[in-house]
Design a protein around this ligand. Structure first.
Ligand code: UDP
Length: 321
């Protein structure tokens, strides 16, 4: 990472999660010593099967809300439930993971001078009134709604990290991650990509919430991980930064793609739109392009096909378990 030979240990919080585990694999491939922290609230140790075979990987089962003991020069903070189904199942844990997690990281970084790459989210923009979303947009968030535990928790974490930057010179790098998908997504996370693929593969109706005209922008996980690593590498960083793929699709278009890659044609059924479900979402990644040369490469259909293959083999394993 161009950080010199003494700066070789990286801590990944939320290491057993979907994005966390891909990041761990990538960091190990680059030769880092990696400590992975996870409380397994939504993480899955199965995601770390490859990493666990590497002697440079050290797993700690623990909680980011408690004092950090591991020493690392670089910390990626990905510890928080991130899908609506998961984060709404325990709103208190969601909110405190963001807020207390950021607090612990700031305490740690102040005494140890480490670099923090903090995973924030496009949800800080809420149901945006500006399109596409640029980093200087303040957002449109319902502070008392069902998504607030996640959205407001992530907003407060950003506040805390920005104050630590201004007041104490903490090298806190905030990235706002837009919808990301790929192999290892949890089947039960209720996310649109996992729901649609499982439904298509199991020959069940695809559930379209609302009219299906709402949009999202989907970034394949390897592109996102590339961006995260690049953020850690650059010498100076101007927080916050959007990371995502600006290709924008309606949920009806995504359903078509899911059926195509699964090789199945299934019925579409309508379900009510969840509360505060954003109507449109698409990142403006001008800043990431300029600062870290961020250019997502994997087109939606290819990424969906790769994800579908992973789902197909995991579903087959589950059927034989
Ligand atoms: N969605 C859907 N069917 C599903 C799951 C989700 O139509 O089975 C919609 C959901 O209402 C939202 C979009 O897909 O508009 C993305 O939902 P997801 O939970 O994946 O992430 P979000 O971006 O809302 O956090």
């Amino acid at each position: 990472m161009g950080l010199g030979s003494t700066r070789r240990t990286v801590l990944v919080t939320g290491a057993a999660g979907f994005i966390g585990s891909h990041l761990v694999d990538r960091l190990l491939a680059e030769g880092f010593e990696v400590v992975g922290l996870d409380n397994l609230m939504t993480g899955d140790l199965g995601n770390l099967e490859d990493a666990k075979r590497d002697s440079r990987f050290h797993l700690e089962i623990g909680d980011v809300r408690e004092t950090l003991h591991a020493y690392a020069e670089i910390i990626f903070n990905l510890a928080c439930p991130a899908s609506p189904v998961h984060y709404q199942s325990d709103p208190h844990a969601t909110l405190t993971s963001s807020v207390l997690g950021a607090m612990r990281l700031v305490e740690h970084a102040r005494s140890r001078r480490c670099r923090i790459i903090h995973a924030s989210t496009s949800e800080v923009y809420g149901d945006p009134l500006v399109h596409p979303q640029k980093e200087d947009y303040f957002g449109n968030v319902n502070p008392i709604g069902e998504r607030a535990c996640y959205d407001e928790g992530k907003r407060v974490a950003e506040t805390m990290l920005m104050d630590a930057r201004r007041l104490h010179g903490v090298d806190a790098r905030i990235v706002r991650i837009f919808n990301t998908y790929g192999p290892r997504m949890a089947f039960g996370d209720g996310r649109v990509v996992s729901n649609f693929l499982v439904q298509a593969l199991e020959n069940k109706p695809i559930t379209i919430y609302g009219d299906g005209q709402q949009t999202r922008s989907f970034c394949y996980v390897s592109d996102l991980v590339e961006g995260l690593v690049a953020v850690a590498r650059v010498e100076s960083f101007d927080s916050p930064m959007n990371l995502g793929n600006p290709g924008e699709y309606t949920m009806l278009q995504l359903a078509e793609t899911a059926m195509k890659v699964a090789g199945r044609s299934v019925e579409l059924v309508r379900r009510p739109l969840p509360a505060d479900d954003p109507r449109r979402r698409c990142p403006d990644i001008t800043k990431a392009k300029a600062a870290i040369n961020f250019t997502p490469k994997v087109p939606l259909e290819k990424g969906m096909a790769l994800t579908c293959e992973n789902f197909r083999s995991r579903l087959a394993l589950r059927a034989h378990a």
